[in-house]
Design a protein around this ligand. Structure first.
Ligand SMILES: Cc1cc2nc3c(=O)[nH]c(=O)nc-3n(C[C@H](O)[C@H](O)[C@H](O)COP(=O)(O)O)c2cc1C
Length: 181
């Protein structure tokens, strides 16, 4: 089972999460690529069996780089791979994730983004195995980090948040054990 951790990050929070996912997969013996999306990122997503797709929440959505990447991939795969009804592809799985500050409406700020990722990977025919919302401080915004819906989020994602991510990855693996190789 080949793994891709595809992510964007502006101030490092989502990168910490992406790297922990990747490191956990590698420690468990899987071949894993960890790729920060850039303007000219070239990737065949279908080369991977387990996709982790993540971004910081920026105004309830993905970063522009991630949005452009996803839409370009969608357009390209529509011509070659995506069929009516988006048939599930055996052995292809995905997890959507994000980091977010949630200062105004809490986790509701994060849900639209992971749903958007899940809609994309669903079109590809990947079976969704989770939507993970990890709290991430809004760097250099003291008020937002202390007076929002989630309370004091300074320093997050912290060691506990990253351990939680690691445990979620470890918890996912037995569910996919029939495809382990
Ligand atoms: C320009 C900008 C817009 C943001 N908009 C939101 C938002 O709408 N909702 C939210 O919960 N967090 C928002 N955040 C906070 C980030 O999602 C959060 O700090 C995230 O962990 C940053 O991840 P990164 O360090 O990987 O870039 C915003 C941050 C920035 C810089």
């Amino acid at each position: 089972m080949k793994v891709l951790v595809l992510y964007d990050s502006q101030t490092g929070n989502t990168e910490k999460v992406a790297k922990r996912i990747h490191e956990t997969m590698v420690s468990a013996g899987y071949e894993s690529d960890c790729v920060k999306v850039k303007k000219n990122t070239v990737l065949d997503l279908y080369a991977y069996d387990l996709l982790f797709v993540g971004s910081p929440v920026i105004a309830w959505g993905p970063t522009n780089s991630m949005k452009n990447f996803v839409l370009e991939k969608f357009r390209a795969y529509t011509k070659t791979h995506i069929d009516h009804s988006a048939p599930l592809r055996p052995g292809k799985f995905t997890v959507s994730f994000c980091t977010y500050a949630g200062s105004h409406i809490g986790e509701l700020e994060a849900i639209p983004l992971t749903k958007w990722f899940s809609a994309f990977t669903g079109h590809l025919g990947y079976q969704n195995m989770g939507e993970w919302h990890i709290v991430g401080e809004f760097h250099n915004q003291e008020e937002i980090n202390t007076r929002g819906r989630l309370g004091d989020i300074r320093g997050r994602p912290n060691a506990n948040d990253l351990l939680d991510v690691e445990n979620r990855v470890k918890g996912l693996l037995p569910a996919l054990s029939a495809w382990n190789s």
